[in-house]
Design a binder for this molecule. Structure first.
Ligand SMILES: [Zn+2]
Length: 155
């Protein structure tokens, strides 16, 4: 079984990020020229994403995938600012802590490693010439259909 990888951070992906938000497509569906400009020719419309990245990016629009990835990283950096600044703990340091505190520090260290791993994900690996995490491009009419369908479901 193949595991999808988050385009932004390299973690296992369990969702799809709409690079061009469906809400924006719905707004522009009656203006094909504007839609064409926003979506762009040959633009990647969707990428595999982990739930955490997808949630943090929400339905905001970015001009390209590089900016989107950078915005995600800014969000992670500011959210975990203090944790990322936490100095490394040696086993001796940890040994001096009581059980509860030791558990907290071990947990914080694991979260710190998780965030750092995601921030340093290069994402350049390719599989059969495709950027990992990038999905097949959908046509504009297909995107409009999907955007309309999603709206009905949400009501
Ligand atoms: Zn991710």
């Amino acid at each position: 079984m193949s595991v999808n990888v988050c385009y932004y951070c390299g973690e296992p992906a369990d969702s799809i990020d709409h690079v061009v938000p469906l809400s924006l497509i719905r707004q522009l569906e009656d203006d094909p020229e504007a839609l064409e400009r926003v979506i762009g020719k040959g633009r990647i419309r969707e990428v595999d994403a982990c739930r955490d990245c997808n949630h943090r990016l929400s339905s905001e629009y970015d001009i390209n995938l590089k900016d989107r990835k950078e915005r995600l990283r800014d969000r992670l950096r500011s959210r975990y600012l203090r944790l990322l600044a936490m100095p490394e703990w040696t086993d001796d340091d940890l040994g001096e802590l009581n059980g509860w505190l030791q558990g907290s520090v071990i947990h914080a260290t694991a979260v710190q490693a998780w965030i750092m791993r995601r921030l340093s994900y290069e994402g350049r690996a390719t599989l059969n010439g495709m950027v990992i995490g990038a999905r097949q491009k959908k046509s504009i009419p297909a995107l409009i259909r999907e955007a309309k369908k999603r709206k009905r479901v949400k009501k």
